[in-house]
Write a protein that binds this ligand. Structure first.
Ligand code: F6R
Length: 369
């Protein structure tokens, strides 16, 4: 059942290339356009939508945060992302023209279910992105796009997260395709890159030994910080969440631009700080800004653990540890950048003697509010 791995989590991390490929399967036709017939909300209805609202919890919420960048960029439609547990209590503004997307691996998360019920009461259409066939959330939604990660047993979500991202990109690209967008050429190119991305995830997995070795040297630390910008910011949040739940360490993710507004005061000698660096080719301004952030924290003594694209030489002088990831379009980078953070957290948990698949106080499916 664990397929020769010590933990389900390791097995599920290793299954990610397949999970990603399976989630794309049959959804990109040979001409390079998307067929999401299973999304039973008609193209006409999708053209009438004037805003997207995403609700989810935990790791699925981080997938939603990343989806916002993709949806707004490719469709120019406003997209809000909200923690499902907060959503209905603030009387959100919703109507028949809002498309609500509920993201849930288990399909049974009570907070997410209550949020989608609230949305439907306001007349909004709800699309579920879910990994569990026939579970409550898809049953109560207007439409569902299943992620094909296969069963996820470890409490900490890994392969489900990557497939949630894939599903979110598909929805964003599909909305762009159906509604028309000025990014036609870019959308075509991204669909091509997406169809090859599982190989890139595979390549990342092959280079994880140094990440494991690094994690073991940090087992006695109390705190690890994570920084990112743009889609790297939710990746930083996800890296921190994995470390909290698995290693029981104090971990926080920040948007790197916020450093100077407070968090930089936390930097002290030898504090490990993981930095997710955006591609230097895409939004190069962001890349240059984050390189200065790395310089700033290193000058204050931080031990910098830098995740950067292959060929990005600008980070080399400031990286105490450098983790390379393949070049991808900016918006797709989370699919490769998250993997080292999962491995890092898993290895730290093991080094600290924690139960990897069943972290204390946590349950796989949270069916209470
Ligand atoms: C983190 C984790 C949780 C879940 C969250 C939502 O590793 O597993 O944060 O992501 O409880 O669960 P689902 O996706 O089942 O709604």
């Amino acid at each position: 059942e664990k397929g020769g791995y010590d933990y389900f989590m390791l097995k599920e991390i290793a299954e990610q290339p397949k999970a990603v490929a399976d989630t794309l399967l049959g959804r990109i036709d040979p001409s390079g356009s998307l067929t999401l017939d299973e999304v039973r909300i008609s193209p006409q209805e999708l053209r009438e939508v004037d805003k997207v609202v995403i609700v989810a919890c935990g790791t699925a919420f981080h997938a939603g945060l990343i989806a916002k960048y993709a949806i707004e960029h490719w469709t120019r439609m406003p997209c809000e992302v909200e923690l499902a547990s907060e959503f209905r209590y603030r009387d959100p503004i919703l109507d028949g023209r809002s498309l609500v997307i509920a993201i849930s691996q288990s399909g049974e998360t009570m907070d997410t279910l209550m949020a989608l019920r609230h949305a439907r009461e306001q007349g909004s259409k709800v699309l579920a992105i879910c990994n569990t066939n026939g579970s409550t959330i898809p049953r109560e939604s207007d439409a569902v796009l299943y992620t094909h990660a296969g069963p996820e047993v470890a409490v900490a979500s890994t392969k489900a997260f990557l497939t949630q991202l894939v599903a979110c990109y598909l929805v964003a690209l599909y909305l762009g395709q159906v509604r028309g967008t000025k990014w036609g050429d870019e959308i075509q190119a991204v669909i091509r890159d997406l169809s090859r991305i599982s190989e890139e995830v595979d390549r990342v997995l092959e280079t994880m030994e140094p990440v494991r070795a690094l994690a073991r040297t940090l087992a006695a630390k109390d705190t690890v910080l994570f920084l990112g910008r743009h889609v790297g910011y939710p990746v930083a949040l996800e890296g921190a969440l994995k470390l909290k739940e698995l290693a029981y360490m104090h971990a926080e993710g920040f948007a790197a631009g916020e450093l100077k507004h407070g968090p930089i005061a936390l930097i002290e000698e030898d504090l490990p700080v993981v930095v997710v660096v955006p591609s230097p080719r895409g939004r190069s301004v962001l890349h240059d800004k984050i390189v200065s952030n790395i310089q700033e924290i290193r000058a204050r003594g931080a031990r910098t653990i830098v995740i950067a694209e292959e060929g990005d030489e600008a980070v080399v002088p400031y990286a105490d540890h450098l983790i390379r990831i393949p070049a991808t379009p900016t918006l797709l980078q989370p699919l490769v950048a998250t993997v080292p953070l999962q491995v890092f957290a898993c290895e730290l948990a093991t080094a600290r003697g924690n139960e990897v698949d069943q972290p204390r106080n946590l349950a796989k499916s949270v069916t209470v509010e």
